[in-house]
Design a protein. Sequence first.
Length: 161
Amino acid sequence: MQSTTDMIKEKYPHATEPEILKLVRLHNREEKLKKAQKKIDEANKKRQRKIKTAEQKAKRKKENKVKYDVGGLVVKACLEDWDRETLLGALMAIKRCEKDFPKKTGWKQAGAEGMKIPGALTPEKFGPMEVKTETSTPMEVKTETSTPMEVIETPHGDNRR
């Protein structure tokens, strides 16, 4: 292996001894800078990986909290014994009615009342509730007495029983 001094002498054959020494020092500094820059780059990559991992962990934690909260609502509504298909079908029916503002308002009112009741919502605990819904004219408000389960109507707005 050729030394740095020999490499510089070959590259600059007319250089004097003091110039060669300066070039060798300069070359050595460049090598040290390259190594230092490589370490800095590796540290930056490592830090970026840690940040990305922390962000993913925070996102996962937030998603898990939402799932846990939704599961808690299923338990609060005493629906945990429903099979998954029935529960999903009911939720899909609710989603289809999402733009029906009066229904959504009624559900929100029923839910707010249910949240005030400690523990799971059994029929004995909640009984009838008053739910206000708008009728055909925007200024008219109609009050109905119903149980929370009656507030959730069948899919596609079909109110037949």
